[in-house]
Ligand binder design. Structure first.
Ligand code: EPU
Length: 417
């Protein structure tokens, strides 16, 4: 097993290259199933969730070749209903197999999926969408099984904004006859990226990036070559790490617009932010002010930056509030952060962070992907030694995080034990 060992207190300086977005790569790779053809996907992050996705696709009959960040997938011989439960159950992104299999074969059977544990993760909205398209759906015995004689375009109103349900119903409806209209759809950049990829393969999807998405069914798709957008959460994590350590970092290969809510919060805290065409400069000199933040679906402040924000506020002057409005239990990491001496109280959906205390390094266990990122930020910014275990949770979604931080001057390494 591996752990991350950090000797904190060094301001990060230099340049970091951001990888492709995890939450775009997973639906796009699963979406290649719909093409039944050869796709070349570029800028794919080298993370454990991608390794797992490609392993699942291979087990289903896909031919996969990978050269670092370029992945070639031929899904001609893929068959539905055979993805191994022991693999799909490890990752939430496997839910997208349901929409992709149903869309191409009008049949799907996929094990109930796992992923980060922050409360109940229902899929009722996904199922509502599949049923609206004419599918019969069962969730007995740990599997989701669905089939349809024919999928027919329909109107789907989502009761809450869900990234997963929006992705899944897009995937399922690409070949549905007529037009499918999704109302109250998620607007995340990764939804737009999925739609752009599928359109590059011949699909007819309009309105992605707004809350109304229209999908006109097409008869067939073909393969294409497509490059994934940069990962806004990886970028945001490095921005916060730069601010927490009092550093000066240029974050390359980003779409600054995707980072608006993150940049705005940093500016409010007194951190210098400069937007370039495809880079952002973050510089912190002097104290940071505490602020309040509430997580919201895009374009609001992302829940996937919530733990990192709590960590950052520990280094600001005064009290700040972090309210989690997307997930019902995403504060499990706070107990670990408190080991550094951080003063954080939890009241319902809000964490009250009393910033500005003297903090020290501590051993911590990464309880999920973004929790682990928050612990890395803590470790970099406090004085002394921090050791983080269960780092596979971090490597699920951060491409070469230790190497990238070392390039920025951090005293951090991965150690086997
Ligand atoms: N929800 C329902 N019913 C549904 C679907 C969702 O009640 O049928 C609720 C959820 O319980 C939650 C809220 O709606 O309270 C939002 O869930 P959403 O479906 O948007 O989340 P997801 O698709 O399961 C993706 C990301 C998460 C990210 C969320 C929110 C992937 C693989 N995962 O999850 O990313 O937190 O959207 O932006 O794209 C991460 O990367 O660390 C991560 C957890």
């Amino acid at each position: 097993m591996d752990k991350i060992v950090i000797n904190g207190g060094t301001p990060l300086t230099g340049t970091v290259e951001i990888s492709g977005a995890k939450n775009a790569a997973l639906p796009i790779l699963m979406g290649t199933i719909l093409t039944g053809d050869r796709c070349v996907i570029e800028n794919v992050p080298e993370i454990l969730d991608v390794d797992l996705t490609l392993e699942i696709l291979e087990k289903m009959g896909a031919k996969v070749r990978r050269d670092h960040t370029t992945v070639e997938v031929d899904t001609k011989d893929v068959r539905p209903g055979i993805s191994p439960y022991e693999l799909v159950s490890r990752m939430r992104g496997s839910t997208y197999l349901i929409g992709a299999e149903l869309g191409r074969f009008q049949y799907t059977k996929v094990g109930m999926t796992g992923g980060c544990n922050f409360g109940i993760r229902p899929i009722d909205q996904h199922i509502k969408g599949f049923k609206a398209l004419g599918a019969t759906v069962s969730t007995l015995g740990g599997f989701v099984e669905a089939s349809a004689e024919a999928l027919v375009g329909s109107e789907v109103y989502f009761d809450m904004v869900s990234v997963g349900a929006t992705v899944n119903v897009i995937l399922a409806s690409v070949f549905a006859t007529g037009t499918t209209v999704l109302e109250n759809a998620a607007r995340e950049p990764h939804i737009v990226d999925l739609a752009n990829f599928l359109n590059s393969c011949g699909a007819n999807i309009m309105g992605a990036g707004t809350d109304t998405i229209k999908i006109k069914g097409v008869e067939s798709l073909h393969g294409s070559t497509y490059a994934i957008i940069p990962d806004m959460i990886e970028a945001g994590t490095f921005m916060f790490a730069a601010a927490a350590t009092g550093g000066h970092v240029k974050i390359n290969n980003v779409i600054p617009k995707h980072l608006d809510s993150i940049s705005a919060k940093l500016s409010e805290m007194g951190v210098y932010i400069e937007e370039l065409d495809d880079a952002i400069i973050v510089k912190r000199e002097g104290d940071m002010k505490s602020i309040n933040v509430k997580t919201r679906p895009y374009p609001g402040f992302p829940t996937d930056m919530q733990p990192q924000m709590t960590a950052l506020l520990c280094f600001a002057k005064g009290d700040g509030r972090v309210t989690e409005d997307v997930w019902d239990n995403r504060f499990r990491y706070i107990e670990e952060l408190r080991k550094t001496g951080a003063q954080i109280d939890i009241a319902g959906k809000t964490a009250l962070v009393h910033g500005g205390g003297a903090l020290v390094g501590a051993p911590m266990r990464s309880v999920d992907l973004r929790a682990g990122a928050a612990m890395v930020i803590m470790g970099l910014a406090v004085s002394g030694r921090t050791e983080i275990i269960d780092i596979h949770t971090i490597e699920r979604g951060y491409d070469n995080i230790v190497k990238k931080l070392r390039n920025l001057g951090a005293d951090v390494r991965k150690v086997s034990f």
